[in-house]
Write a protein of this length. Sequence first.
Lengths: 179, 130, 518
Amino acid sequence: MSTSTEAVAGSATAAPGKRIGELIFALLILSIGIVGFVAGAGIQTPPSASDIGPRAFPFVVSGGLVLLGVCLVVQVLRGATGAAEEGEDVDPNVKTDWLTFAKLCGFVLLHAFLIVPLGWPVAAALLFFGAAWSLGARPWWRNLGIAVVLALILQFSFAELLGVSLPPGFLERFGVFGG
Amino acid sequence: MSTIVVGYVPNSLGDAAIQEAVREARRRTASLLVVNTTRADRLVDPGYADSDDVSKLESVLRDSGVEYTIQHGVSEATAAEEVLDAAQATGAELIIIGLRHRTPVGKLIMGSTAQNILLAAKCNVLAVKL
Amino acid sequence: MDNFLALMDGFAVATQPIYLLYALGGVLLGTAVGVLPGIGPAMSLALLMPITYSLEPTAAIIVFAGIYYGGMYGGSTTSILLNTPGESASIVTALEGNKMAKAGRGASALATAAIGSFVAGTIATVLLSFLAPVVAVFAVQIGPVEYVALMIVAFLTVGALLGSSMLRGLASLGLGLFIALMGVDALTAQQRYTFGSPFLADGIDVVLVAVALFAVGEALYVASRLRHGPIKVIPVTGGWTKWMRKEDWKRSWKPWLRGTFIGFPIGTIPAGGADVATFVSYASERKLARGENKLQFGKGAIEGVAGPESANNAAAAGVLVPLLTLGIPTTATAAMMLVAFQRYQIQPGPLLFETNGALVWALIASLYVGNLMLLVLNLPLVGIWVKILQIPRAYLYSGILVFAALGAFSVNFTPIDVIILLIIGVFGFFMRRYGYPIAPMVVGLILGPIFENQLRRSLAISQGDPIALISSPVAATIYVALIVIFALSFWLRRRQRQFESTDIDSTPSGPANDEVKA
């Protein structure tokens, strides 16, 4: 995808925090492979199976992940870091804004918990409102207006026109959206 | 010496506002504070002057002979807030802005910078029309 | 001639008013997402997957095909007028196109890109119409062993060649295969990697993973390092009818054709996607240019826009050949098209032309129609496409998150899927951050179960003898081809890198508007 040069060229200027993070990510891949092996041993193989059984392929995949994980850990330890993805809206020179990241994750999580009690439109409007606020959109009343309109349009077009059963929540009582 | 704050956008309306501002500055023997900022919250902001626009603006102002300052850059505040803050900070006697015709739908979707300035300004506001 | 009649039937379907409307919607949306920063065609297909729950297959596939082609057109507009980084398939276009725009010839650049895309798209679709049924006839005869070989080719090329780091690409592929294993084994009904959770017993839905990786991961990644400071759009002046001068036509038509015949074959083989095709086309146009035109390269040569843009679109059509005849996606967008088919219990592959002929030919016919629509829409409407770039980023990415949440929730109508969406999305964020490509993971996830199935069938036939996997002459040929593809693409990449480090960086970046022939 990106045409940047091979990662081995990696930058010595990469922040130390990012290198530790990258190491953790490589270790995560390694550990997924290990878990795959351990859990793979627990897969039952019916004695009647005429082929290689349900266990073989998981072992191959887990083995591959372990191998790749080890290589990646070694590569990171030797100082070769990956080239972070580029994009039109991505500024490679700014520091990672963890606060915004956390806020966005928080609002998605909140959304997941609100769908059932409040209904999809309300939960979606809150998600949009919260995300727009986290990303710095102002003024708040315009964010709110767009959030409500978007949620209602989506609810109408998906639930009413396309028949995707999104729970309308309390709006159902006002007869706005049928079940 | 009193100050006139001008909200500038790089188009014909902005140029008209500058012309009017120069005339007012001469009449009142005031200095100009030209404000053009962006919140940088989108990929493309047509209201934000690039370096070419700024140098063109500077040459116009230099030729006019009035005393001027240009406030240009990326800011967290909205354009209206920047203009109002600048007016407040300098104790400006006049704010000059361009005013364009907007469709009802446009007004509904995007709040108006001009309207915010008109309503919240503490001093007189001169709205320039094309 | 049978195929020709089938294609005509396809046209009869695709030109029904309602399907024309769907195609129009698709190409409009596709162009919009191509223009908008941060949203690609793969992400928009993933986000629109919920429409497959109620639209009938033909309508949905036509919409998706429109998005697929439209995205290619939209990308060129931004690279010419904005010179933005990103979207690798448009990098080469930006090289000359942006210089042209700065020299006041943006309109010519846009026109040659759009017309070139149309010419290339149409010729490539003709090639697709004739080649795909032929390939399908051959493909019907291949057995599981050959299938395994083909999928290994797909895995290795997508995993190893798409990203910048081979290890990371393969790791991404492995993660996709791992997630694909979760759930109940299709052949023996044994639970695998469910860790006793009833939610994992059905496996993790492909759509959920795709939406999480493409949309949530991207939104989080962009949000974490948002660009500050707007980019200046170069204004396009003059009516669109005067965009191409006589000389522009004269200089463009050959690069269009060359780009087409470079792009289509590269698209059909999984050799690294459309950006390789654009690079090859650019390099050859540069080489073929003579005299004064050659001097313009690096300063806004129209050939450098016409060729790569055609190659780009031709490659997009080429990608559909392995997708429709073998069921093998070679790009992220093709992978999402495959998922769309699977939503309707249709498995693209050798039998697709027989079992779902009407649908496939309607799809191909809609590509012709969509191309024409895109040409008509793109030339006069450039102003509108540039306007949508003014959507504030906060609203854009908030909207993406809402759509992603909608897509995730509608998979099983349980909020737990939204939480899984978030978890995988965060994972996708870190993948982007540490340079792991996303596409191999999605391809692995989609092809994993099919691959395992074919592998086990091959080994059951050979009674567990692994030699059988390579002893079939066809399979052996495929493996040899794999080695050739690898050698070729490494050579291409080295060329590309040399080319980028020597030619592009040293291109004099002085004022672009000197010496442009009037």
